[in-house]
Ligand binder design. Structure first.
Ligand code: NAD
Length: 260
């Protein structure tokens, strides 16, 4: 489905990003992984994907809070693959605290990593996408790009911003064969969410089990976490030729949460 294409997936050493990178490689795309972790583990993942799917797989340790590192990653991918057809802006962090106690530096980091990084990467790759008249921008927001929850001021603001950025870019670039869409997942049991269970228990003053039942899955009508492979399949579709007319959308995959 993606033979001959090349992709950058930010935040792909773990969770949703890794699932999307794996699905892209399986569909035939060369992939630039990005993100932090144990160097040995990252190299083992990179080599395994490359061997298993017979595509080029690289890793960039670029910090998504640093625009110059984002530009360098984009240049490295273009050099190694010849072009960049697909970018998935997925890197993200979370911090949960009441707004009047929300640390300034956490606000700044969340806005930088969850929102501004997408602007910088899009800006870096668009000129060559426009020249080749093909591009797929897939931005991972959240159900929190469409609705709010308490104690997540920075995250909800950044994710709503991601939806707005995506719509704007989509409309600007529609005539050049470039699409931009946002995926808005409900809760997915990744390391990001595992860490939040303890934080939320503290913020709400309830047990970790109650956080999963009464906070995380309270509005998710299906009462199950969304799976990484479901999100990865949607990302592959959005990156494919079959999704050429699908642009500027914010697609919820949230077990019904945002329709409550
Ligand atoms: P995760 O913690 O498993 O993975 C996050 C990835 O981002 C890792 O690869 C990490 O190394 C990378 N990363 C973090 N800071 C970075 C930085 N400064 N520079 C480069 N890479 C960095 O998280 P996840 O749950 O897979 O989340 C991925 C995305 O999906 C995030 O944007 C998150 O907001 C969004 N999301 C997650 C859920 C969920 O329930 N897990 C729901 C909705 C949206």
């Amino acid at each position: 489905m993606l033979d001959g294409k090349s992709a950058i997936v930010t935040g792909s050493t773990s969770g949703i990003g890794l699932g999307i990178a794996r699905a892209f490689a399986a569909a035939g795309a060369d992939v630039m992984l990005n993100g932090f972790g144990q160097p040995g583990e990252i190299e083992a993942t990179r080599a395994m994907l490359q061997r298993q799917y017979g595509v080029k797989v690289l890793h960039s340790g670029a910090d998504m809070s640093r625009p110059e590192q984002i530009r360098a990653m984009a240049a490295e991918a273009a050099e190694a693959f010849g072009h960049v057809d697909i970018v998935v802006n997925n890197a993200g962090i979370q911090h949960v605290a009441p707004v009047d106690q929300f640390p300034d530096e956490q606000w700044d980091r969340i806005v930088a990593i969850n929102l501004s990084s997408a602007f910088h990467l899009i800006k870096a790759v668009v000129p060559q996408m426009r020249a080749r008249r093909f591009g797929r921008i897939v931005n991972i927001a959240s159900a929190h790009g469409l609705t709010a929850s308490p104690f997540k001021s920075a995250y909800v603001a950044a994710k709503h911003g991601m939806v707005g950025l995506t719509k704007t870019v989509a409309i600007e670039l529609a005539e050049f064969g470039i699409t931009a869409n946002t995926i808005c997942p409900g809760y997915v049991k990744t390391p990001l969410v595992e860490a939040q269970i303890a934080d939320q228990a503290k913020a709400h003053g309830i047990s970790p089990e109650a956080v999963v039942r009464d906070v995380m899955l309270a509005h998710q009508a299906r009462k199950e976490f969304v799976r990484v492979d479901e999100l990865a399949a949607l990302a592959v579709f959005l990156a494919s030729d079959a999704a050429a007319s699908m642009t500027a959308t914010a697609l919820a995959m949230d077990g019904g949460w945002t329709q409550h």
